[in-house]
Ligand binder design. Structure first.
Ligand code: BES
Ligand code: ZN
Ligand code: ZN
Length: 486
């Protein structure tokens, strides 16, 4: 999609337009040519009496739209979300009518609502149609959004495009089937995007992983006929405001069958999404680099598939992890924490100021809050969690903080090893987080995105399938951190 700033209001009456208005008077001020008497009355009625905020008039050859966000009813953040959703709704109608261009108009000096509206249009226009035979016929008609908004600059648009590119990069990876997206392919895709974004990247192959004794990753990979990878990304600009990096770790299980503890078949196809953490972290770091944010960031992305086979790990196995700790495997489907533990140990090398894990880690997180938010927990990181929560509210990738009391530690104690990889039936998302926290002494935040990473049905501008959740959150967090310390 092309976003183009138009300095002057276009005179072409044939083209679709959507105006973001601040009050109903702006409707009354339209000329007879712009809106006839019936339309004017109907719009005012819908705005004032039916309390509709988005009114789209379908003239078949063009759409005439008016959007009046309800700023009295909602907080500023929820208003932004209303704008994004309205943007997506508008795009749906434009595409249904096979229209190619639209102008978004706003006279407001603050561009934030209009920018959120355009963000919703841009993200909502995403498609994953690579595997459709008739790509042309299926692809959305809308290709250009002209922007005539007082409060929006070219820089705003450039930044929006950068973040959207990363969201699409993430969604594409999540939507790719595992037959295409092996661990090696994932590392190659990430490397390609990283290099074109100015991010330093290195991929460790199996022998390097063996040399590093990343036994969590190697053990999960035992059932696979394909090798694991461990990708290291580095964005270290000379003007970075932090000396010790923020380390972001993403789970890269390209397909999770459950292993010997095989999952049941319902919804199993969705387990191609189990690398969403790695996709989100890598996408976010590339955006952060392209935005040239002065923040030192490391990304660590362990990747493999998890399968049963004659050589697969089994319940009862005991693994000596990279840092010497021993883990009793009680369920091969709790594989994510095993591969993440290696990354957390490796992160120690960098003496991080903050370590964040992002992973589709537990069904328990999904069950607890559904697709509506990210389950978050932290150790020694309350300020960072509070900051991240604010960012989550701003981009509507919201965090629900779970308790992380010491009491939960006893649930992962093992009789035969130091810890076990399952904490029992209660507090499953938390005991998974506790397992991860066991491997670090640095300030730590764990984000479980099992709920929002992948949606079966279309969810407004998040789309269907991979949502790209986590990208906008981490980019916003990096923005805030970069601005804070400088
Ligand atoms: N990848 C799954 C978690 C998941 C569930 C992701 C739903 C996306 C949507 C994870 O590896 C898993 O299977 N976890 C187990 C852990 C259990 C065996 C302790 C789970 O949550 O059932
Ligand atoms: Zn699993
Ligand atoms: Zn998994």
């Amino acid at each position: 999609m092309l976003l183009k700033i138009l300095k002057n209001r276009p005179s072409n009456p044939e083209i679709s337009s959507i105006e973001i208005i601040q009050n109903a008077r702006q409707i009354k001020g339209k000329t007879e040519e712009q809106l006839n008497q019936h339309e004017r009355t109907s719009i005012l009625n819908q705005l004032n009496n039916e309390h509709k905020t988005l009114i789209l008039i379908n003239r078949l050859y063009k759409v005439l739209g008016f959007f009046h966000p309800d700023e009295k009813k909602n907080s500023p953040n929820l208003t932004l979300e209303e704008c994004r959703r309205a943007g997506e709704k508008s795009v749906c109608l434009l595409n249904d009518l096979k229209l190619k261009e639209v102008i978004v108009i706003s006279e407001s000096k603050s561009g934030s609502n209009a920018l959120a509206f355009i963000e919703g249009m841009l993200l909502g226009n995403y498609q994953f149609i690579k595997y459709k035979s008739e790509k042309k016929a299926k692809s959305h008609s809308l290709h250009t959004i002209y922007i005539n908004c007082a409060g929006i600059s070219q820089k705003d648009i450039d930044q929006l495009n950068i973040v959207a590119d990363s969201v699409f990069f993430c969604r594409n990876l999540v939507n790719e089937p595992q037959s295409w997206l092996t661990a090696v392919k994932l590392s190659e895709e990430i490397s390609g995007m990283a290099k074109s974004s100015g991010v330093k990247v290195e991929v460790f192959n199996k022998s390097r992983i063996e040399a590093l004794k990343m036994n969590g990753l190697l053990t999960v990979n035992k059932g696979s006929s394909r090798p694991p990878t461990f990708t290291v990304m580095e964005w270290k600009p000379s003007n970075a405001v932090n000396k010790k990096p923020i380390v972001l770790i993403g789970k890269g299980v390209v397909f999770d069958t459950g292993g010997i503890n095989l999952k049941s078949s319902a919804g199993l196809d969705g387990m191609k999404c189990d690398m969403s953490g790695a996709a989100a972290v890598s996408g976010a770091i590339c955006a952060i680099a392209r935005l040239k944010l002065p923040l030192y960031i490391i990304g660590l992305l362990p990747a493999t598939d998890n399968r049963p086979s004659g050589n697969a790990y089994v319940p009862g196995d005991i693994i000596a992890m990279m840092n010497g700790a021993t883990v009793e495997v009680l369920n091969t489907d709790a594989e994510g924490r095993l591969i993440l533990a290696d990354a957390i140990c490796y992160a120690d090398l960098f003496k991080p100021s903050l370590l964040i894990t992002m992973a589709t880690l537990t069904g328990a997180a999904h069950a607890a809050i559904g697709k509506y938010g990210i389950v978050a927990m932290g150790a020694d990181s309350s300020k960072a969690v509070a900051e991240l929560k604010k960012c989550g509210d701003a981009v509507h990738e919201r965090l629900a903080e779970f308790p992380f009391w010491n009491d939960y530690d006893e649930l992962i104690k093992s009789d035969v090893a130091d810890i076990k990889n399952v904490g029992g039936p209660y507090g499953g998302a938390i005991t998974a987080g506790k397992f991860l926290a066991y491997f670090t002494k640095h300030p730590f935040i764990h984000l479980d995105i099992a709920g929002p990473a992948f949606v079966d049905k279309k969810d407004s501008y998040r789309g269907q399938g991979g949502t790209g959740v986590g990208v906008r959150l981490l980019v916003e967090f990096a923005r805030v951190m970069a601005a804070k310390k400088s």
